[in-house]
Design a protein around this ligand. Structure first.
Ligand code: SF4
Length: 253
């Protein structure tokens, strides 16, 4: 059994809880980036390669201190790079994320938020404040079918699709990210995903990420069974097939 995540209320503190940082990230937004992996996620994706980021037991750090840490690498960012908040789920610590991005924007740094958007609610001003300070959202859509999304992650996709439409209305640039899992989506579901993406006017590109098993040892180290067992990684053919059906401006890694 998975233990339930302890929900935190960080409204009294601008400290955040992070899992780790990556100084020279090249896979989470444009250019070279300082990537912060936040602790805490309510989803339980069966392919998660960071199950150790689910709980809120990590390094506690203030936004100012974290920015100072990031700035050590700013010479490498050039015109395109910057900072990315990833996870875990950064939207579970929205006040901290907004303060960190606010400090970064004061210095003219490009900010990217890598999120599943599962916590999103359009009436929650904390998310509006965070998105006002976000230059680019890397939005994960795990599955276009809500019930299959629930089976894959533990939650339906309602908040996520609503968040995509909200970002579109506010013209906030988005890269859609989608993990291709062999045999997990029908052709009609991939076509629906493509239709949804093309209905948005703010999507700059779609990244199809091949399912892999790199994180399975972490599940075992945490005493959990890896749900996909021996499912093989996605092949180039799987990616190309999905790309042809999604038919968006698709980037294939
Ligand atoms: S949203 Fe990300 S961190 Fe959370 S369970 Fe899914 S893959 Fe893991």
């Amino acid at each position: 059994m998975l233990s339930p995540v302890r929900r935190m209320n960080l409204s009294d503190s601008m400290d955040g809880i992070i899992h780790s940082t990556e100084s020279f990230g090249a896979a989470d937004g444009p250019g070279i980036r300082f990537v912060v992996f936040m602790q805490g996620c309510n989803m339980r994706c069966k392919f998660c390669h960071n199950p150790d980021s689910w709980g809120f037991n990590g390094e506690r750090i203030s936004a100012a201190e974290l920015l100072q840490r990031a700035l050590r690498y700013s010479d490498f960012w050039g015109k395109n790079g910057g900072i990315t908040l990833s996870g875990g789920e950064p939207m579970l610590q929205p006040e901290f994320a907004a303060q960190f991005f606010g400090m970064a924007k004061e210095k003219g740094i490009h900010t990217a938020l890598d999120t599943s958007a599962q916590p999103f609610c359009s009436k929650d001003e904390r998310f509006a404040a965070l998105f006002r300070l976000t230059d680019l959202v890397l939005l994960d859509i795990k599955h276009i079918d809500s019930e299959k999304h629930r089976a894959l992650t533990g939650f339906d996709n309602k908040n996520i699709l609503e968040c995509a439409k909200y970002l579109d209305r506010r013209n906030i640039p988005v890269w859609i990210r989608h993990v291709v899992i062999p045999g997990y989506e029908s052709d009609s579901e991939l076509l629906r995903l493509g239709e949804f993406i093309r209905s948005l006017s703010n999507v700059q590109k779609t990244e199809l990420l091949p399912y892999h098993t790199f994180g399975s040892h972490k599940w075992e180290a945490l005493g959990m069974r890896y749900p996909f067992g021996s499912l093989p990684p996605a092949s180039r053919h799987d990616i190309e097939h999905a790309a042809s059906l999604i038919n968006s401006d698709t980037y294939t890694p």
